[in-house]
Design a protein around this ligand. Structure first.
Ligand code: NDP
Length: 241
C-alpha cells in the first residue's frame, strides 16, 4: 500500500503546492479545506490524473470535535497516515491596541490549537504502524522574528515551534520526525495586501517566494533521505533572518 500524507489547508496557496509536489513524489494525498470544497476537489482531480490517489476532508481545524471525527473516520476507512503537514492557517493583523478579542482568539485557535486538534487523533495510529513517519508544521518568519501588527500570529507561530521541538523528542525513538518549516513572504491569497515595496526591501533577495519553493522543502523533509532530521526549523525566506 502506498504511504499517504494529510495536508491541511491544501485547497489553495502553499498547501495546494505541497499536495501537488508530494503527489509527484509518489505519495497518496489526503487533501483538506475548511469551506472551499470545489477548489480542493479540483486539486484532487489533478492528482488523480497524475496516477495517485487523492481524497478530500473538510472541517474547521479550530473545531476539535469535528477534526477528531473526520480524521478518525478517515483512518478507520483507509489506514494510518505516513505523514501530516499542518499547513492550514490564517492571519488577522492589526496594531496590538487595535486587535479585537476575536482577532486574538481566531488566530490562536486556527494556527495553534489547529495543530493539536489535527495531530492528536492521528499520532497514535502513526506510532502503531511501527514504521518511519513525518510531521511537518508550517510556522513563519513571523514566529521567529515577531512582526509588527502580528502579535497574535507571531505568538501562534512561535508556539508551534515549541510544540514541534517537544513532540520531536517524544517521537524520536519511533522514527517519526517532527519539523517546522518557516516561510517568509510567499505569494498567496494570504499575502495579497502585504507585498509592498517596503516589504520587499526587508528581503535580501528582493522578491517573494513561491508555494512551490516551500513545497520543495516540505517534500525533502517528507522523504526517506530526511530520516535523521528532526526537531528543526527550516526557514524558506530569501534571507530575511
Ligand atoms: P491561504 O490563505 O492561501 O490558504 C489557507 C488554507 O488554509 C486554505 O486551504 C484554507 O481552506 C485553510 N484554512 C484556513 N483556516 C482554516 C480553518 N479554520 N480550518 C481548516 N482550514 C483552514 O494561506 P497560505 O497558503 O498563504 O498559508 C499556508 C500556511 O503557511 C499558513 O499556516 C500560513 O500561516 C503559513 N505561512 C504563509 C506565508 C505566506 O507568506 N503566504 C508566510 C509564512 C507562513 P479554505 O480554502 O477552505 O478556506
Amino acid at each position: 500500500m502506498t504511504a499517504s500524507i494529510l495536508i491541511t489547508g491544501s485547497s489553495r496557496g502553499i498547501g495546494r503546492a505541497i499536495a501537488l509536489r508530494l503527489a509527484r513524489d509518489g505519495f497518496d494525498i489526503v487533501l483538506h479545506c475548511r469551506q472551499r470544497r470545489e477548489a480542493a476537489d479540483a486539486v484532487a482531480e489533478r492528482i488523480t490524473a497524475m496516477g495517485r490517489s487523492a481524497r478530500v476532508l473538510c472541517f474547521d481545524v479550530a473545531d476539535r470535535q469535528a477534526a477528531r471525527q473526520a480524521i478518525e473516520a478517515d483512518i478507520e476507512a483507509h489506514g494510518a497516515y505516513y505523514g501530516v503537514v499542518c499547513n492550514a492557517g490564517i492571519t488577522a493583523d492589526g496594531a496590538f491596541p487595535a486587535l479585537s478579542d476575536e482577532d486574538w482568539d481566531s488566530v490562536i485557535h486556527t494556527n495553534l490549537d489547529g495543530f493539536y486538534n489535527v495531530v492528536k487523533p492521528l499520532v497514535m495510529p502513526m506510532v502503531r504502524r511501527r514504521a518511519p513517519g513525518r510531521i511537518v508544521v508550517m510556522s513563519s518568519v513571523s514566529g521567529l522574528m515577531g512582526n509588527r501588527g502580528q502579535v497574535n500570529y507571531s505568538a501562534a507561530k512561535a508556539g508551534l515551534i515549541g510544540a514541534v521541538k517537544a513532540l520531536a523528542v517524544e517521537l524520536a525513538k519511533r522514527r517519526i520526525t517532527v519539523n517546522c518549516v518557516a516561510p517568509g513572504l510567499i505569494d498567496t491569497d494570504m499575502t495579497d495586501d502585504l507585498v509592498t515595496e517596503e516589504a520587499l526591501r526587508m528581503i535580501p533577495m528582493r522578491r517573494t517566494g513561491s508555494g512551490e519553493e516551500v513545497a520543495a522543502t516540505v517534500s525533502f523533509l517528507c522523504s526517506g533521505d530526511a530520516g535523521y532530521i528532526t526537531r528543526q526549523v527550516i526557514a524558506v525566506n530569501g534571507g530575511m533572518c
